[in-house]
Design a binder for this molecule. Structure first.
Ligand code: NAG
Ligand code: NAG
Ligand code: NAG
Length: 406
């Protein structure tokens, strides 16, 4: 009872405190709506911090409320048949268009990986369901939305491995035939942490000579692509931006690997690299891979390297399955053509731009779509009451690219 009242008071106080003007860039559309939306996210984050401090529930456990609030039941409609399936033991939502294709005509397919920092989110959330139905209907395509397991209960590489298992299962000739899918027209896609998983699994398939069916395209929506430098110009410029402040992104990264708070603190200070990962810093050197216009007022300095401190020697930090930017050019050559969406007001802006630069240098066809007034997570904001015009615009452009390239 007493805890309940404390909770309520803190919730109200933090809500009031943040229910005030916060500086949001002038050129962002529907600013007041974004301010109010972000008030909710910030209040929840403070509540989550408080809950963890008093030992009630851990931070991510409280933040998971966001996922639950948007949870909807997967139901078929007049255009799409939605079913819950298990592919090699991993849950997927399968969207199959009801429109009859011509006799023997094969369909395109898209494997979609939701965002949420590997810790939050679900294929069952309203906005992901909206997106999947729209792509299924407009492209007459089969969509597979993967319900991979999440950290912190399941640290790296479990979320990645769940995705990999679904991909390997689906890309078998007989499985594709069951769903009338054309093996030459399959793409993988995802937003934020989902973009990370999509990029990682694309690289993995390319390395397997026995993998006959490969992706035709990868569509990465403001993807997370590296954990080594958390002070790129976009991390610095956007550290207090709505929806994904730097602290939250760092929290996601550290929770993906470990629940050890010492690692989180080292990452906050950008002093988490170990001697092994430091040899890979050249692959995320923004001074080399970011066009001048994105340097802003920032000067490059390589992240500090911790010398063998306990708790900081994570091999995962150097693993390209977690940070797809950490591979040499040779491993990028031959990757499927890429669509990369980035937003100006996003800590992850530079991850996406660096990947675009590096893929192009390796001869991969890249469409880079940058939103000057975009903010992280915008493509999720398509459902009332948090629907934003920019979210719909992004959705339309994304689908247009898929129509033309898949
Ligand atoms: C939907 O898919 C399920 C499973 O594949 C199938 O049993 C059912 O008949 C389908 N329904 C329609 C209306 O196509
Ligand atoms: C980063 O790139 C710049 C410019 O290409 C170069 O001068 C610098 O030595 C590089 N630093 C690292 C750590 O790779
Ligand atoms: C970056 O370097 C330039 C030239 O050396 C210097 O004038 C400027 O103050 C530096 N900016 C920052 C933010 O340190």
């Amino acid at each position: 009872m007493r805890l309940g009242s404390i909770f309520l008071v803190v919730a109200l106080c933090s809500f009031s405190a943040y229910y005030i003007y916060e500086p949001i860039p002038e050129n962002i559309d529907e600013r007041w709506k974004l301010m109010l939306t972000d008030t909710f996210f910030r209040s929840l984050s403070h509540l989550a911090d408080f809950s963890e401090i008093i030992g009630l529930k851990d931070y991510m456990g409280v933040m998971y409320v966001i996922t639950l609030l948007e949870n909807i039941a997967p139901v078929s409609d007049e255009h799409v048949n939605v079913t819950v399936e298990a592919f090699d033991g991993v849950e997927v939502l399968l969207y199959q268009p009801k429109r009859q294709s011509g006799e023997m005509e094969l369909r395109r397919a898209l494997i979609y990986l939701h965002g949420g920092g590997w810790c939050l989110g679900s294929s069952h959330m309203g906005p992901y369901d909206f997106l999947a139905r729209k792509v299924a209907t407009e492209l007459n395509a089969v969509i597979l939305s993967v319900e991979y397991r999440l950290a912190p209960p399941h640290h790296f590489p479990v979320p990645y491995e769940d995705v990999y298992r679904v991909v390997k299962h689906f890309l078998q000739i007989d499985v594709l035939a069951r769903y009338s899918v054309d093996p030459d027209r399959i793409a993988v896609s995802g937003d934020s942490a989902g973009g990370n998983l999509a990029a990682a699994v694309s690289q993995q398939l390319l390395k397997e000579p026995t993998q006959k069916v490969q992706f035709k395209a990868q569509a990465l929506i403001y993807p997370v692509l590296q954990a080594l430098d958390l002070n790129t110009p976009s991390y610095q410029q956007n550290q207090d931006m709505p929806i994904l402040p730097r602290t939250l992104m760092v929290r996601f990264w550290s929770e993906y690997f470990t629940s050890d708070r010492a690692f989180f603190r080292a990452m906050m200070a950008n002093a988490h690299n170990n001697p092994e990962s430091s040899s890979l810093l050249k692959f995320v050197n923004w001074s080399a891979f970011l066009p001048e216009t994105y340097h802003g007022k920032y000067n490059y300095s390589a992240p500090e390297v911790a010398q063998g401190e306990a708790g900081l020697s994570f091999e995962s930090l150097s693993d390209p399955r977690a940070s797809p930017l950490l591979v040499p050019d040779a491993a990028l050559r031959g990757l499927p053509k890429a669509y990369i969406m980035t937003c100006e007001y996003d800590v992850l802006r530079d991850d996406g731009i660096m990947y675009a630069t590096r893929l192009r240098a390796a001869g991969v066809e890249v469409t880079h779509e940058h939103y000057d007034s975009g903010f992280h997570g915008a493509i999720m904001f398509t459902v009332w009451p948090t629907d934003f015009r920019i979210g719909h615009r992004m959705t339309d452009n994304y689908i247009k690219w898929l129509k033309e390239n898949l």
